[in-house]
Design a protein. Structure first.
Length: 233
């Protein structure tokens, strides 16, 4: 038998038809076509499908017992559980006592051996003496700088820049060539303390000014609680 390359070979394709279970469907013949209709309720099947695919929404009542913060999304309220509701301690009778924020802060500071009192942020008030109509001096300038834990050069440069004037450090006094009053000098020194000396976390004046890790910004580091904050330029 010779092989003819132009002759097409018939391919036999077997179609596999899945046998339909008669107990789950109703059969009906229409125009020689057998139609299988499921016996289940179609509406019930669709309802079950919608129930499985519908997104579950949080019920508001699930979070009503939690304290909500301002503008907090409802689904994130459980992440903002107030600390004062879970932080507890015991008194002499071994009964649970709820602590507020100030009590918890004092407890943490005491464990860190940090004493936070009002006297820790007090400074020596300046004493101003008039030498001429436009010439004054701070007689206790060295003591003021010691209470601020800053060098006389650092404090004097800030005062001169605030007053836009000239001056000089003479022994333990600061000479100011500008007409000023005592309250104005006090305000300048208090502003310097609040911006460049005092620790906002514990209120201590035991702080130092150093460069940040990137070497561009200045950082105020507290030697008492080890907290730090960036200084404004």
């Amino acid at each position: 038998m010779d092989f003819d390359p132009n002759k097409k070979v018939k391919k036999v394709v077997k179609k596999v038809v899945k046998k339909v279970e008669d107990d789950r469907y109703d059969t009906q013949v229409l125009d020689n076509v057998t139609v299988f209709t499921p016996r289940e309720n179609i509406n019930q099947i669709l309802n079950e499908f919608n129930t499985r695919t519908t997104k579950v929404h949080l019920v508001r009542s699930e979070f009503e017992h939690l304290q909500k913060f301002k503008n907090a999304p409802l689904n994130e309220v459980n992440l903002l559980w107030p600390v004062q509701q879970v932080k507890r301690t015991t008194d002499n009778n071994n009964t649970a006592v709820k602590m507020n924020y100030d009590q918890m802060l004092s407890s943490i500071l005491s464990k860190l051996n940090i004493v936070s009192d009002n006297g820790n942020s007090k400074i020596v008030e300046p004493e101003l003496q008039r030498l001429a109509p436009t010439k004054f001096k701070i007689t206790n300038f060295s003591k003021v700088c010691e209470s601020l834990h800053r060098t006389p050069t650092q404090v004097s440069e800030y005062i001169f820049q605030s007053l836009q004037c000239e001056g000089a450090i003479v022994e333990h006094e600061l000479l100011i060539k500008f007409k000023v009053i005592l309250n104005h000098i006090k305000d300048i020194i208090h502003t310097y303390r609040d911006q460049f000396v005092i620790c906002n976390s514990c209120g201590s004046l035991q702080t130092i000014i150093s460069r940040s890790e990137n070497g561009k910004d200045w950082v105020l580091v507290c030697e008492s609680c080890r907290s730090h904050r960036h200084l404004k330029k």
